[in-house]
Ligand binder design. Sequence first.
Ligand SMILES: [Mg+2]
Length: 329
Amino acid sequence: MVEAALENPVSGPGRWNFLNTYTHFMDPKRRLTIPSEWREPFSKTPTLYVLPDFFERSLRLIPDADMDRRLEKIRQIPLSDRRGRDLVRELGRQSDKVQWDSQGRIRIKDELLNWAGLVDQVLLMGAYDTFELWDPKTWAQTNRAATVDQDKLREVAPVKTLRVDANEGWKTKEQALEMIEWLAKDGHIEFVEQPMPAATPVKDWVWLKARSPLPIFADESYHLAKDVPQVAECFHGANVKLVKTGGVSGGFEALSAARKAGLKTMLGCMIESSILISAAAHLAELCDHLDVDGNILISNDPYLGVTSSKGILSFAQAPEKFGLRVSPR
Ligand SMILES: [Mg+2]
């Protein structure tokens, strides 16, 4: 929930869009100039929250208006969520607040600059309602890591068909296209899921869809059947999950609507017990691609239902003969 609150706003306030990548140098006092294009939409200088990204060695800057909405979600984290509360405490302890001066410069505290390895040259990367600061070498290594992983994989499975889930990871349409063109050279990648954040403007999705050498599928951008018109404009396919639709009826509607709109369909899942996986399996015939393996990734599934073997889902061994065909183990 914490990650969702910080990384996945449902939609930005719409008053600004941080786009493109800039390379700026910090001055001798370690001040960094914010691009004038990014400052323009603000009628008064906002306070920017500076948060360390614990998963990638970079800093994320969030305008106060947007941070308020995210904090509201954080306040809803229950006391029992130990991991969530630890992460919030760590973020609060390490974060900083800055405002740009009359020349558009910010001064982030040394502790954070050092943590992200920012020395002189800094990449300022737009991510729509937030932006990120990267050391160019760290950024290059992060991108290279994906190449190395794929090289290793191809050593053991040279022509195995792969599907790639970018999980909103590429920040701009240009970066997304560059990555998809690189992936397409592999020759055995079927499609790419959710290349950019769900908050990406429609025109950028349309731009990418027109140019992408591989089909692109919506995941975070597709929740319910009512989302279909926009998803059909922006993507070639849609990934339906019952945790997004709220159950099997909503899943049926979301898949049917997607197919009617000419989209390729995929049924996905989260880490789930056999209850929701079995419910999803009943909808398999509406899908071009199946990714319902959440129950085989856990060792404490309390239920018996559908089984999967060599990519085939089957109810042949399900003891329950009616309904979702699930029973307690
Ligand atoms: Mg996904």
